[in-house]
Design a protein. Structure first.
Length: 201
């Protein structure tokens, strides 16, 4: 985990990914929390260490993404229960967590996919204008349909970042795609549009 964390840290420093991509504690923070919890049980060196017995007990244990929360395969995210899936462009690294699916590349572009409760909103436009997006450009907000699913799209500019936002509504839940770039180009808009077309297929 530490090696992967070091790799991610170097990659994110290069890409300058925005804070909204943070979904869980860093590996050093996790290690610190684990040590603190262990110290409540006993001093360093307390207990026994039996690698073979440990490996025997976890043999056959399932690991990886929970299918109920969707799963990542290569550059694709699939959520069978929701009927939603999308594929990020080449050069992106994707990570799935219980809170969000995150993706970023080395050129300062990032994406977040997550869910939000829409039960308190009569329309998707009302939700988009509810204040959860800093720097939202009101004139950019448009209701649409993507793959038969009602949605709303919009754009925002804040703190040197340009955002493209889309929310798809399934029942009372809004599934949010948030794209961010420090240097938006035509390909930035095209990539976000392409992902949205795939998402509802």
């Amino acid at each position: 985990m530490k090696l992967y964390s070091d790799y991610q840290t170097a990659y994110e420093a290069k890409s300058g990914a925005p804070d909204f991509l943070s979904s869980h504690p860093s590996t050093p923070e996790r290690v610190s929390l684990a040590i603190r919890a262990a110290r409540q049980i006993g001093a360093p060196g307390f207990g026994e260490r039996d690698r073979d017995a440990y490996l025997a007990r976890i043999d056959g244990m399932l690991f990886g993404d929970d299918p109920l929360e969707g799963f990542v395969r290569g550059r694709s995210f699939l959520h069978k229960a929701l009927g939603i899936g999308f594929t990020v462009p080449k050069g992106y690294i994707m990570e799935n967590s219980p809170e969000a699916v995150l993706a970023s590349n080395g050129d300062g572009t990032a994406m977040r996919f997550d869910g939000a409760d829409l039960s308190g909103y009569d329309s998707l436009t009302d939700y988009m204008n509810a204040g959860w997006i800093n720097g939202l450009l009101p004139q950019s907000v448009r209701e649409t349909t993507i793959g038969g699913i009602p949605g709303v799209t919009g754009a925002a500019i804040t703190q040197g970042w340009s955002f493209r936002i889309a929310v798809l509504r399934i029942g009372r839940t809004g599934y949010r795609f948030i794209f961010a770039s420090r240097t938006p180009t035509d390909s930035f808009g095209a990539s976000s549009t392409k992902l949205l077309k795939v998402s509802a297929s």
